[in-house]
Write a protein that binds this ligand. Sequence first.
Ligand code: HEM
Length: 504
Amino acid sequence: MELFDYSSSVWLQSFCNTFCFMFFSFTILFCLFSLLIFVMRLKPWCQCDVCRSYLKMSWLKDFNNLCDWYTHLLAKSPTGTIHLHVLGNTITSNPENVEYILKTRFDNYPKGKPFSEILGDLLGRGIFNVDDDSWRFQRKMASLELRTVDVKMYAFDLVTAEIRSRLIPLLSSLAGHEHKILDLQDVFRRFSFDTVCRFSFGLDPGCLKLNLPLSKFATAFDLASKLSAERALGPSPIVWKIKRLLNIGSEKQLKEAIKLVNELAEKMIHQRRKMGFSNKNDLLSRFMASIDDEKYLRDIVVSFLLAGRDTVASGLTSFFWLLSQHPEVESAIRNESDKIMGPDDHQDLVSFQQLGEMHYLNAAVYESMRLFPPVQFDSKFAQEDDVLPDGTCIRKGTRVTYHPYAMGRMERIWGLDCLEFKPERWLRNGRFVPENPFRYPVFQAGRRVCLGKEMALVEMKTVALSVVRNFNIRVKYPHQSPRFAPGLTATVRGGLPVMVQEVC
Ligand code: HEM
């Protein structure tokens, strides 16, 4: 018996050793092969000026942000398109190319596997991260839900409730205390997390309560989106894939953060089921009526959190930085709102209908996102060889990026004053006139245009207006132009420190 046990365990051990050896050999061979394909597709040896400057990071001598350097290169390019060979990335600021990619040949430019792999662990099969039929199904269902008037009113009510009960009390509590510095970017991130969670799950994380509590969910969600985005910064996807396989470093942290996001999202879904969902307006309840699969529900809702949270906060942060440079725009917003709402304390918050009458405010918000779009660039991956309208040849598998940040600063699109903050450029006889979305793809454009655009604009305008009418916001370092941290959404390094005064 003993002998039998011993020999079988020796046999088992040698089988395990052989298996492990074969597994690791196979993994290493697979990695080397993928690396070879990757290297062949890119051109890491490229010595052109752009690639050299990128690799040596010498652009940092002249520019604060990578997006500013790209803007400079795109403005110099006769076609408005450039190539970063070492990254296999073609970047364009040409509106005709943008229309071609996002509309005319939409099917040839999906998000693609490289993108969906990067965000796949966090977003699963959520709308933000899929192509083809799965995308079509969610898009159809979500657009039906989001188009209704009652969902727009629901979003507006959530936003006004958060302003009245949290944002104004918080700013009032700091007003007049010159030494008290508040990070406005952090405040807007908390604001938009509360509202997007209430909109998506119908539950309130309470991040903007007066004591600015730490929310486990917000912290885990932040970490998970930051680490997922950082996967794209590495020299090759193979690096993060090996780290994930071995469960080490940032990949270990990411796994833990996603686990926490999943647990909390699942808890919210259960809670929502218990509370009943048939008479509720939030997105989760609406989807629950037609989807049973809990994992799928979680994926859909988490995509909405990612799409709707940092974008709004980023748009509001740069809006207030620009106002600090342009007091004349702030005065014009106050004058317009006085005309429509009556002066100062006549009415505390704007109504949905009044908001629609404020053409100058709308123009100011559009203008601020022209210069500082929350999503600075967006990439697709070509399915087949192709030629863009400006003559650029695209090989199958190439990453093709359109760049709203650069496009907002192109003389050939916006004229000689393209770098100036001028809401008037959007007005004709005092009325707001929209721009062609392929020249202003801040919300993307074409078949995958942002589903939360209306909601985001209502949220940004309502917040901006209530802050401008009630407070003077003084930015601590008004002459420091924003430096952005790498990530999916434009986030200002160091936040936006401000002092707050109540309007007399
Ligand atoms: C100022 C705020 C916002 C901006 C600038 C913005 C911008 C964008 C952009 C550029 C995309 C395309 C991203 C891509 O395909 O890679 C997008 C997609 C999307 N956005 Fe927004 N967004 C904003 C707010 C919101 C909000 C508040 C929501 C919802 C609560 C939302 C929901 C979505 C969804 C679901 C998609 C995916 C659409 C699809 O793939 O068919 N967004 N947004």
